[in-house]
Design a protein around this ligand. Structure first.
Ligand code: AHR
Length: 500
């Protein structure tokens, strides 16, 4: 089978905002404790942060980090996690049925972000709390000095304000599992009032209202419309969350998960623009796709790992990812980039140990899951602006997502350096796909890198016992002559091409 792709520099989607390569750190399981923070580990620094994990986060290329939840944030009292560590209370975290020691809080996490070079995107609790607590946290975090809470931050050892620009107004408030979940009407009012008050303190904040926690939610679409009818003038983003998994051995449907992500984005854009048009507003609401990944949620819900005794940092949601999972992750990133005109920020959920590209063992090793590779390479090579390719490819039928393309692709071009990149997936279970790409308009003459992720065993994984079982392979079939690039894509594969 053959696929033909044409690239034209005038088919621009949007300039790349590095926030599209964000990730998510929640106080959940071993993401923070026994993950990125482990005092006593041979690589730990004076704050207790593992420097081997820091190096992997840098290699991953994760930019903005959403923190501290997630479901966790909807019961969180931020005051518990600042000040002298020995005085911080241990609390029950109802969301994950575990104990929170509060040994890592905003000030420590900000120091960790300095090591990784990432931006902080902070969530406030609108589940059990409200406007007052959000304003207090904003004052503590961002006010320079001379007020009660900014002086408290200084006394706690953080003289400079954190300067946090992007704030999430709660988390998944549409979900009955959320502590303090609400109707769209109630949440829309609370989000609007909280946002308006926060912008009275600082009009330049970028605020994210909660959208739907999945395209399968019964309120999906209406939720966004109703929330934005209240909050449109006060917020800048509406969030989207999507997780995918293979079900019942139907790999073909799973590989087409991006079809659902595209439907999700189209529906949210339609709802947001409907509200904007009715208001005759010149403003466009962007999407913050601030939780996305593969997650074997069905299996976790069937287990008793969450509703167990109250433990500190239990092993929860520690999915081990396969080659097929990594191909889906690479494809979801392609979809986010294809929609980058509206999806201006995104967070891979999550970062360490919990449904994560990076795994650690207490006192021991850290390693890259299969999903690490498409993320790190896309973050490294996608520069300049996103181009929308014209793709002529075959299709196949799926049980879950209808008719799906066999090959999906996106490209980027950096006018400053003249470099381009193309990212592709082949969803065929059995066939190698020969792809020709017309790159004449890019002026490309050379393939600098051609990397693919595939395996004879699509369920191969990296584990503690065999941490390098799966990795990137040089794709030696890539060749460029007379402005046409040819490359072979193995079945169930993800590929990145760097061109100059
Ligand atoms: O990322 C895991 C959980 O998924 C988050 O806490 C929640 O927001 C979502 O349901």
């Amino acid at each position: 089978p053959e696929t033909h792709i044409a690239l034209d520099r005038s088919d621009r989607v949007a300039p790349i905002d590095r926030r599209i390569f964000g990730a998510f750190v929640e106080h959940l399981g071993r993401c923070v404790y026994d993950g990125l923070y482990e005092p006593g580990h041979p690589t730990a620094n004076e704050d207790g942060f593992r420097l081997d994990v820091v190096e992997l986060v840098k290699e991953l290329g994760a930019t903005t980090i959403r923190y501290p939840g997630g479901n966790f944030v909807s019961g969180f009292r931020w005051e518990d996690s600042v000040g002298p560590r020995e005085q911080r209370p241990v609390r029950r975290d109802l969301a994950w049925h575990s104990l929170e020691t509060n040994q890592v809080g905003l000030d420590e996490f900000s120091r960790w972000l300095k090591l990784t070079g990432s931006e902080l995107m902070l969530a406030v609790n609108l589940g059990t709390r409200g406007i007052d607590e959000a304003l207090d946290l904003l004052e503590y975090a961002n006010h320079p000095s001379g007020t009660a809470l900014s002086d408290q931050r200084i006394a706690n050892g953080t003289p400079d304000p954190h300067g946090i620009r992007m704030w999430c107004l709660g988390n998944e408030m549409d979900g009955p599992w959320q502590t303090g979940y609400m109707t769209a009407d109630d949440y829309g009012k609370l989000a609007a009032r909280t946002a308006a008050a926060m912008k009275m303190a600082d009009k330049d904040l970028e605020l994210v209202a909660c959208g739907s926690s999945g395209s399968g939610m019964p309120t999906f679409g209406d939720w966004e419309r109703i929330v934005l009818e209240h909050a449109y003038d006060h917020v800048d983003f509406i969030s989207a969350h999507a997780y995918y998994q293979e079900r019942g051995g139907d790999l073909g449907s799973f590989l087409a998960s991006s079809v659902d992500m595209q439907y999700f984005i189209d529906t949210v854009v339609a709802a947001a623009d409907h509200v904007g048009s009715k208001r005759k507003s010149a403003k466009k609401i962007a999407i913050s796709f601030d939780e996305w990944n593969v997650w074997y949620l069905d299996e976790h819900q069937a287990s008793d790992e969450v509703n167990d005794e109250w433990r500190i940092a239990p092993r929860q949601l520690e999915d081990v990812y396969s080659v097929a999972d990594a191909v889906v992750v690479g494809n979801l990133l392609i979809t986010l980039l294809k929609n980058h005109d509206r999806v201006r920020s995104a967070s891979l959920a999550q970062l360490v140990n919990v449904i994560a590209p990076i795994m650690t063992e207490p006192g021991g090793a850290s390693w890259r899951q299969t999903t690490f590779f498409p993320f790190s390479v896309t973050s490294r090579l996608a520069r300049g602006e996103v181009l929308r390719p014209t793709v002529r490819t075959g299709v196949y039928e799926t049980a879950t997502h209808g008719t799906a393309d066999l090959v999906d692709a996106v490209a980027t071009h950096d006018a400053a350096t003249g470099q381009s990149a193309v990212f592709l997936v082949n969803r065929s279970l059995t066939e190698t796909e020969t792809v020709t790409i017309d790159v004449r308009d890019l002026g490309a003459t050379e393939v600098r890198e051609a990397l693919s992720l595939f395996d004879e065993d699509v369920y191969a994984k990296n584990t503690l016992a065999d941490p390098e079982r799966v990795g990137l392979r040089a794709n030696t079939t890539a060749a460029l002559a007379d402005g046409v690039l040819t490359v072979e894509l193995p079945p169930v594969s993800w590929t990145a091409l760097s061109l100059a």
